[in-house]
Ligand binder design. Structure first.
Ligand code: PLP
Length: 458
């Protein structure tokens, strides 16, 4: 064995040791006791010295940092729109780190570029974009940004050269993700040119209000160009009515982007695909495999039916980079980045292992778990339910406790990790049943831990 091989093997042995300890801890102590943010650097020795650490010391600080990190794969993590661990995806991501390719050219990425293209082609097929294309941006926010930029350029191609010269207006619901205002600023169209559209009682964008806002902007001589619909709003998990929004977009010739970061993976489910009915009428669509499909962060996909627009908006000549003439496999031509990590492999290793029907089962399981949670809430008079069927965000309150106080208490005493949200002025706890490795028993355990933890509120 060479010296380099030996060094790598030693680190992998250490890695395996850590993994074993972590898996055991996740089981025994699913929620770590939080260290106050202001103390964490000092307490865990996270700062640096001029001198190197002894190997044993280095191992100790690394292990301490790992063991004190919130356990997002544990059975009591319900705090965010991701959670759990799909081992077949984890191995893909570990391999991506080991291989360390950059996805910009076929020369450097080889079969890894083929893997990404195979994923994009299959997603386009599922969405119904006949001759579509896409890319894997670093997360759902950036996917939305790419949708917005393509929409801007499709409306006015001169913007790419001279900048925004007219007042371009865009539309998104009151409860859509906060990336839209940031992206409007990045894209130069401006936060003030966003029109926030009303929601119905289930959190879906109101198409009639959308049309009214577009008409008003047109009457003022503005240039409406983009509608951001959501498949799974961040708090309620609501699905906008894509067909109704597509009718409006078609009428006024606006780009329709569907932000499916949270729940767009319903495209894999025969039972739940109806929630994005009309998706083939959209201009672009994105979803996060690291949310519903359970891959490690991040693995986000945007596809568009306007292949040529993707290239127009995101390509640039670079003869120091593109040198082999493998245009269709030089994925830098459709990316927002230059060097780009391989976010495709983890989804591919999972998808190949379980098949498309396996991804469908992963998605369906989350809806099943949400129903278990809703049933529990409905049958227990200490709880009040706020969420709706067809959502994996189960929103509720317990014994009229302030949800913020309750969630903070559960976090601080290490009982459980869950967050809270708000809709139309009502605050509630938001249980997200996104971890498909959970079972009914785990959901019932969630409620048990919550009820136990709530007893400690003074
Ligand atoms: C609806 C929606 N869009 C976009 C995003 C952003 O995704 P990311 O965190 O990958 O940037 C989220 C994240 O929760 C989301 O809920």
């Amino acid at each position: 064995m060479t010296f380099d091989e030996e060094r790598m093997k030693a680190e992998l042995d250490f890695f395996n040791e850590l993994v074993n300890k972590l898996l055991e801890q996740e089981e025994n102590e699913p929620v770590v006791s939080p260290i106050p943010a202001g103390d964490v650097i000092k307490e865990l020795h996270l700062g640096f010295d001029d001198a190197p650490l002894e190997l044993s010391e280095w191992k100790k600080v690394v292990e301490t940092a790992v063991m004190n990190t919130p356990r997002t794969a544990s059975k009591l993590f319900f705090n965010q729109l991701f959670g759990g661990r799909q081992p077949k995806a984890v191995i893909g991501d570990l391999l991506a780190v080991l291989l360390n390719n950059s996805m910009y050219t076929y020369k450097v990425a080889g079969p890894q570029a083929g893997i990404e293209i195979a994923i994009l082609q299959e997603v386009c097929k599922l969405v119904g974009y006949e001759d579509g294309d896409g890319t894997m941006p670093p997360g759902g926010s950036m996917s939305n940004y790419m949708g917005l930029v393509m929409a801007r350029d499709a409306k006015d191609n001169t913007v790419r050269y001279s900048g925004v010269t007219k007042r371009m207006t865009l539309y998104t619901s009151n409860t859509s993700h906060y990336s839209t205002p940031k992206n409007a600023a990045f894209a130069g169209v401006g936060r003030d040119n966003i029109r926030y559209i009303n929601n119905d009682n289930e959190g879906r964008m109101d198409p009639a209000h959308l049309e009214k806002c577009i008409q008003k902007d047109l009457a003022h001589g503005h240039t409406p160009f983009y509608v951001n619909a959501t498949a799974g709003t961040t708090v309620l998990g609501a699905f906008d009515d894509i067909n109704a929004l597509a009718d409006v977009c078609q009428k006024y010739r606006l780009w329709l982007h569907v932000d499916g970061a949270y729940c767009g993976a319903v495209i894999f489910s025969k039972k739940y695909k109806h929630l994005v009915a009309g998706i083939e009428r959209s201009d672009s669509f994105s979803f996060n495999a690291h949310k519903m499909l359970g891959t490690p962060l991040s693995s986000s996909i945007i596809v568009t039916k306007h292949k040529e627009q993707l290239v127009k908006s995101f390509s640039n000549e670079a003869d120091y980079l593109y040198q082999t003439g493998d245009e269709d496999f030089d994925l830098g031509r459709t990316s927002i980045q230059c060097g780009r990590r391989n976010d495709a492999l983890k989804l591919w290793t999972l998808w190949k292992a379980v098949g498309t029907s396996g991804l469908e089962k992963i998605v369906d399981q989350q809806f099943k778990l949400a129903e278990v949670a809703r049933d529990y809430i409905r049958s227990n008079s200490d709880f009040t339910l706020y969420s709706h069927p067809n959502s994996i965000s189960v929103c509720f309150n317990y014994k009229k406790l302030d949800p913020k106080v309750l969630c903070t208490q559960l976090y601080e005493d290490g009982s459980l990790m869950v967050g809270y949200g708000k809709f139309k002025g009502q605050e509630f706890v938001r249980l997200v049943t996104i971890n498909a490795t959970n079972t009914k028993v785990d959901i019932l355990q969630f409620f048990k831990a919550l009820e136990e933890g709530a007893k400690h509120i003074g």
